[in-house]
Structure formats: structure tokens, C-alpha cells
Design a protein around this ligand. Structure first.
Ligand SMILES: [Mg+2]
Length: 314
């Protein structure tokens, strides 16, 4: 294993070397990486994300290339939610016996493709043998001092916006589970190759009227609940205004996870452009002073919004 491990680390290192990264003084190969300090106008954002076979994905539905993409995309989406610009990543992998050299190659192709597109340099990590495929990624990024968007900053009366379309990823997962969809099926693409909304997050963080934001990783209802709880407010969402992915149900849109769109609140009447960072923005509701979540049906009837997105039993 040691020789194989060295060989794999060497291959990763060769690829990582091709990445240009200002501020990186020493990358993969020594005991630690070395980064230059950021200029005083900037702040460092750090996030970690764990992806475990069986808990977050099933090997038979996830091609290795898509999985490499998704491991990084999940970390990047958290950074996008705060308005950060990604810079560096560290990746630790637990590799089971079923992982073949070709599988690893495709996995790293997916990861390095997205890293190249988003300006991220892989600067370190670790490898181990184990029973389940597990990937732990740490993503570091930067934003202007004091400008990071938090989920705790929503105010009563704020408009609630969402980017893109909702429910596509849950629909894609359902199709992967129950049938043999075409790989080009847009819902399947949406599930396998999510796009972190980095440009949009950076745009929102520069916009003084935008108050709170988070990324939709576990479903609109659960993530909206998290945002309102952190902000000490409630919310009212209108079914008729939800941008539902073609073919997806209202249930997919309200409770389906892994859309990786951004949910944000802004001062009322702000009217952001209809799209930013090439992603459409939709006004879906309003922040209220109570702590309740209300769903206004297409018929105008109001009921409590049930909170039932994806959560681990811990
Ligand atoms: Mg998040």
C-alpha cells in the first residue's frame, strides 16, 4: 500500500503543480502547505465537508467523475453562500478495496476540472484504506473584511429570494433510484453535477441591501428553518411563486436536498436584477416577525410549512 500510496500522491501532486495560485508558497509534498497572509482588506473563510458512501451517495448511481466534482462543489457552495472567493482546498480520502486505478483517475478528473474552473488549488490532504469511500474536503476562500453573508442577518419585512430552480436534484435522484434515466436527463445532471453559485454569492455580498444568505443543501424547508432560527424571525413562502424545476413536484421543491442554490433575504423593495451571475432570481416570500414558517398555497390558503429536508440521524 505504501508504494501505491506514494504513486497516487505523486500523481495528485503533478496535477496540483499545474495550478496557478498566488499566495501559495508551498503546496503538496511537505508536512504542511505554506500560504502567505491575506492583505488586511480581506478575511479568510474556511469550511469543511464530509461525504460518506451510503450516507451521502450510492456508488452504483454516481460515476467517479461526478463524485469528484460533487466533493468539491459541496464545499464551494458553502463558500458561495457567504460570498467568498475560493482559493485553496485540502482533501482527505478513505479508499475501499473496490476503488480501481481508472475510478481514481476519473474521480480526480472531475475534481481538478471544477478546481480549474473555479480557481481553487489543491494544497494538501491525506489518504487511507478503509471500508467505505469517504471524502473530507476543506475549502479556504476569501472575502472583503466584514462583507461575508451570514444566515443570522435576516430582518422582519425582508424579501426572500432564491436562485435558479428548485427540486431538480431530488427529481434526478429519484430517477436514478427507480429507473435507468439517460445520463443527459437534465434532472440527473442536476443531481450529479451541481453548480456552486460562486459568482452570485460574490455579487450578493457586495450588495448593501442583501442581509442574510445560505446555500440550499438539505431542502428549502429545512434550510429556510435554519436561516429564520439563526435570525430569530419567521417566514411566509408562496407556492405560486416557487421556481419549480421542470418535472419536479412541489414536494421536491420544498423538501428535496442538494439543489445548491442560494436562498437570501434583502431589504424590501430592493428589486435585485432578474438574474445575477447568469442565474435567475425569484422572489418567493417575506420574512415575518413571528418565528413561524407559513406556506401560502396556490389557492391563497395559509398553513404551517412542514420542515422535512435531509437530516442525518445522529
Ligand atoms: Mg451550507
Amino acid at each position: 500500500l505504501k508504494n501505491k500510496e506514494l504513486f497516487l500522491v505523486d500523481k495528485i501532486r503533478q496535477r496540483a503543480k499545474k495550478q496557478l495560485s498566488p499566495g501559495l508558497r508551498l503546496g503538496i509534498g511537505d508536512d504542511t502547505a505554506i500560504l502567505s497572509a491575506l492583505p488586511p482588506t480581506q478575511e479568510l473563510l474556511i469550511t469543511t465537508d464530509l461525504l460518506v458512501e451510503g450516507a451521502h451517495f450510492e456508488r452504483r448511481w454516481h460515476p467517479p467523475r461526478a463524485l469528484g466534482h460533487k466533493v468539491l462543489a459541496r464545499g464551494l457552495s458553502d463558500l458561495a453562500a457567504m460570498g467568498g472567493r475560493p482559493r485553496w482546498a485540502l482533501l482527505s480520502l478513505c479508499l475501499p478495496a473496490w476503488v480501481t486505478p481508472a475510478w481514481k483517475k476519473h474521480f480526480f478528473n472531475g475534481l481538478f476540472d471544477l478546481a480549474g474552473k473555479t480557481g481553487v488549488a489543491l494544497i494538501g490532504g491525506d489518504l487511507a484504506r478503509g471500508e467505505r469511500f469517504t471524502a473530507d474536503i476543506v475549502v479556504l476562500g476569501e472575502c472583503r473584511r466584514g462583507r461575508a453573508l451570514r444566515r443570522s442577518a435576516a430582518k422582519t419585512g425582508d424579501s426572500i429570494y432564491v436562485s435558479g430552480l428548485l427540486g431538480g436534484s431530488a427529481l434526478g435522484l429519484e430517477r436514478l433510484r427507480t429507473g435507468r434515466p439517460r445520463p443527459s436527463d437534465p434532472a440527473v445532471q442536476r443531481h450529479l453535477l451541481p453548480t456552486p453559485r460562486l459568482a452570485l454569492g460574490q455579487y450578493l455580498s457586495r450588495h448593501p441591501g442583501v442581509h442574510a444568505a445560505l446555500d440550499l443543501s438539505d431542502g428549502l424547508s429545512l434550510d429556510l428553518f435554519r436561516l429564520t432560527r439563526e435570525s430569530g424571525v419567521g417566514a411566509e413562502i408562496r407556492v405560486a411563486d416557487l421556481p419549480v424545476f421542470p418535472g419536479a413536484t412541489l414536494d421536491h421543491a420544498l423538501h428535496g436536498g442538494e439543489d445548491y442554490e442560494l436562498l437570501f433575504t434583502s431589504r424590501p423593495g430592493l428589486r435585485p436584477p432578474p438574474s445575477a451571475g447568469a442565474v435567475p432570481l425569484t422572489l418567493i416570500g417575506v420574512i415575518t416577525s413571528g418565528q413561524k414558517l407559513v406556506l401560502v398555497g396556490a389557492d391563497g390558503r395559509r398553513r404551517n410549512l412542514p420542515v422535512k429536508g435531509f437530516e442525518h440521524d445522529l
